[in-house]
Design a protein around this ligand. Structure first.
Ligand SMILES: [Cu+2]
Length: 162
């Protein structure tokens, strides 16, 4: 028994060793994603949704969020919500800088990951998988909890079917 345990430990150490050895100079996990959540769809006809989170860059160089994708929707884009003359609008963002040592918060009325062509309405309590692509950190997998339905006007533009 004891020998088996030792063998397992040795095998684990070997695996960890090879993972560490293959890590390039810049750690891929410089960018941390926290508190990812989505709004539940208001109706069963909803085709759009939004994911919010906080991105923190622990690295010494700025990074950029370039793209997002999810199996839950046909496409996902980085969007910014703006209020212009009292009207809520939003626009896609080519790339979003996460400053070195800084963080960017995605929240209702601000940055969000826009999900378009939802394969199924988002239900409270569900988890959706999201993959973010960063210039330096590469691909980062995110799990977002689906929370309550959005209230009021926070995210209605471009999804009048909601
Ligand atoms: Cu949007």
């Amino acid at each position: 028994m004891r020998k088996l345990v030792l063998e397992i430990i040795a095998a684990t150490a070997l695996t960890l060793g090879s993972i560490l050895a293959s890590t390039p100079g810049v750690l891929a996990n410089d960018v941390m994603v926290m508190d990812a959540f989505a709004r539940a769809s208001a109706t069963s006809m909803a085709k759009a949704g939004a994911v919010y989170m906080t991105l923190t860059n622990h690295g010494a160089t700025p990074d950029r969020l370039l793209a997002a994708s999810t199996p839950a929707a046909a496409s996902a884009e980085v969007h910014e919500s703006l209020e212009k003359d009292g009207v809520a609008t939003m626009r896609p963002i080519e790339s979003l800088e996460i400053p070195a040592g800084g963080s960017v918060q995605f929240k209702p009325g601000g940055y969000h990951i826009m999900l378009m062509g939802l394969k199924a309405p988002l239900k409270k309590g569900d988890m959706i998988m999201l993959q973010l692509k960063f210039e330096h950190a590469g691909l980062v997998d995110v799990m977002a909890n689906v929370g309550d339905v959005a209230e009021g006007h926070s995210h209605t533009e471009g999804s009048s079917g909601n």
